[in-house]
Design a binder for this molecule. Structure first.
Ligand SMILES: Nc1ncnc2c1ncn2[C@@H]1O[C@H](COP(=O)(O)OP(=O)(O)OP(=O)(O)O)[C@@H](O)[C@H]1O
Ligand SMILES: [Mg+2]
Length: 569
């Protein structure tokens, strides 16, 4: 299988089509070669010219601005506190902001590293520690290797898996002790092994008799009081008015956020489906975790502030991979092309995807396809610039309905595309010395958690939630799927239509700053030449101003660079 080289503008995704025959290829812009003949020991291409920031200081400003987080959706800069405080109950004290965003594992940030002093280690991207790929001929291969390093770096250690199992086991024992006719299951990222170190644990209480016994407000309050009184959690909140009522709290021992819902079995079925996707979609886990981290450091993963949730992220990545022409035709091995695929993911959802008219749907086998938004009322919204992803198990549910901050998400994806492409170009021009200690991935991702040990213990210690959903899937399947009316508790004060109205208001608020121009579908799908939309000084020429003016690189030089990457696929 071939590796794929980068091109500036590749596959063009056509609206409302699921057939790749209709996908236009940018011809000579798509360059795919086998790298097998290239020796790793070979010198990288001689540095023919100075890095562009030295050549043209005026042009370097935009990219620097990107890296300084001034020009697009930058990294959050808050960091954790090394000196943990404890509350009166002896539980770790959690500040409001920490409580809200603990999921980003923002704790101790080690900076006193000998490696760092020698320039080989930067605490902002610790996954490059002892992993130098700077001698790779293809910078996209360097990026692929860095992605694998990052995944290894953030994959759970034995202690973390055990701690999660213990937390779940302890809660299960307490809940079933109180309600012997209840079962307690996990779903979401812990049950699918798609969790970041700080991800929450999603749990559901289901009556053994499947009679929805616990689907009521008194159960919600009874359990939340129990958790509070028995100090099973801190910051305990019973959220009764939500579309899906839940108890939210933080486990005092691990600081992991826990969500408990009631009688809602769809999450278990979704976890089952996601596990099957992971098996049949190589590269899915890697890209999902990278995109999740990317969103997390920008706080764009929080659904209640309009972000993109974990489930929607999985669906976006799965759709991207399954509908990718080269992946679908098995022309490339996704695991060997993670770098290029990540860049193309950002290009698709940062520039080319037709959000105004296109929705992502799933067929009975869970395979994605594009449909026009007007094909399903669940995709309709007064604002056309919204993301629409059909729930694979419920065609009437748009799982990204709450993602009202699409503008920032799209802009951050577009910015990531520009940064990565520019970095690849820049590194290709650089000498070995200049490359040393550099990170390609580090331009778009930071990791601010405690220093970790690259210990992916998933083969050594069983994740009990995953084992239940995958190993005993027949049991999970036997849980009856409930129609949404049955498990949705909607209070008198917040009816379904009020919820919709609330979402619309949030949309309007978020859109009022910069109205999305009504571009035609060809533009939104990237059928126009994007390069032509960028003026010679690198500034976006359209009114949308979504494309960050990152390109310090001369357009012709960059084009030549890609075209020089000859070799045919
Ligand atoms: N809008 C939605 N509609 C239907 N089900 C949803 C929706 N959002 C979440 N879920 C269910 O809840 C589960 C957990 O969602 P969540 O967004 O927390 O993803 P996650 O994979 O757990 O990511 P994270 O690691 O960020 O917590 C999903 O797998 C899905 O079953
Ligand atoms: Mg979750």
């Amino acid at each position: 299988m071939s590796k794929r080289k980068l091109g500036p503008s590749k596959a063009r995704f056509v609206r409302a089509e699921n057939s790749y025959e209709k996908l236009e290829d940018a011809g000579d812009e798509v360059v795919m070669v086998s790298s097998s003949s290239e020796s790793e020991n070979e010198e990288p291409p001689a540095k023919k010219q100075k890095p562009l920031e030295q050549e043209d200081s005026a042009d370097s400003a935009p990219r620097d601005a990107m890296l300084e987080n001034q020009d697009f959706i930058g990294f959050e800069t808050s960091s954790g506190d090394e000196n943990e405080e404890f509350d009166q109950q002896g539980s770790p004290k959690i500040s409001d902001s920490e409580n809200e965003y603990l999921s980003n594992d923002e704790t101790v940030y080690h900076t006193k590293s000998a490696d760092y002093k020698t320039g080989n280690f930067n605490p902002k991207y610790p996954w490059i520690r002892n992993n130098d790929h700077s001698r790779q001929i293809e910078i996209s291969d360097w990026l692929t290797m860095e992605i694998k390093d990052f995944i290894k770096y953030i994959s759970p250690s034995a202690e973390e898996i055990k701690a999660r199992n213990n937390t779940v086991g302890k809660l299960r024992d307490c809940i079933t002790g109180m309600w012997p006719d209840a079962e307690v299951h996990c779903f979401g990222s812990f049950a699918t092994d798609l969790y970041l170190p700080g991800s929450d644990i999603d749990m559901v209480v289901v009556s053994k008799a499947r009679n929805n016994k616990y689907d009521n407000r008194s159960s919600l309050y009874q359990l939340s009081s129990y958790i509070r009184n028995h100090r099973l959690g801190v910051n305990v909140e019973a959220i009764a008015k939500a579309k899906v009522p839940i108890i939210k709290f933080v486990d005092p021992a691990t600081k992991i956020h826990i969500d408990i819902s009631f009688e809602r079995t769809n999450g278990i079925k979704a976890a089952e489906l996601i596990i099957s996707w992971l098996k049949d979609t190589p590269g899915l886990r890697e890209l999902v975790l990278i995109v999740k981290q990317f969103l997390s450091v920008r706080k764009l993963n929080i659904v209640h502030t309009g972000g993109l949730g974990g489930f929607a992220t999985i669906c976006l990545v799965r759709s991207f991979l399954k509908l990718h022409p080269r992946v679908a035709t098995k022309s490339i091995d996704p695991l060997e092309n993670l770098g290029v695929l990540l860049i193309e993911f950002f290009e698709l959802y940062g520039y080319n995807f037709g959000y105004d008219n296109t929705a992502i749907a799933f067929d009975e086998d869970g395979d994605p396809y594009y449909v026009p938004k007007d094909s399903n009322p669940a995709f309709q919204n007064r604002n056309p610039f919204t993301l629409a992803i059909q729930d694979p198990h419920d065609p009437g549910n748009n799982i990204s309905r709450g993602t009202f901050n699409l503008r920032d998400i799209k802009r951050s994806f577009g910015g990531a595309f520009e940064l990565l492409v520019n970095k690849c170009y820049e590194m290709n021009q650089a000498t070995y010395k200049e490359r040393l200690g550099q990170s390609v991935l580090g331009d778009i991702i930071k990791y601010k958690g405690k220093q970790r040990d690259f210990e992916d213990a998933r083969e050594l210690v069983q994740n009990e939630a995953l084992a239940f959903v995958s190993g005993e899937s027949s049991r999970a399947t036997s849980l009856p799927p409930l129609p949404s009316e049955q498990y949705t508790i909607i209070s008198e004060s917040e009816s379904e239509s009020e919820y919709e109205k609330h979402l619309e208001q949030l949309y309007e608020k978020s859109q009022s700053k910069q109205p999305e121009s009504n571009k035609n579908i060809d533009e939104l799908m990237g059928l126009n030449d994007r390069e032509s939309e960028v003026s010679s000084n690198g500034a976006a020429s359209d009114s949308e101003q979504e494309k960050p003016s990152t390109s310090k690189l001369d357009k012709t030089a960059r084009r030549e660079y890609w075209l020089n990457k000859s070799g045919s696929f």
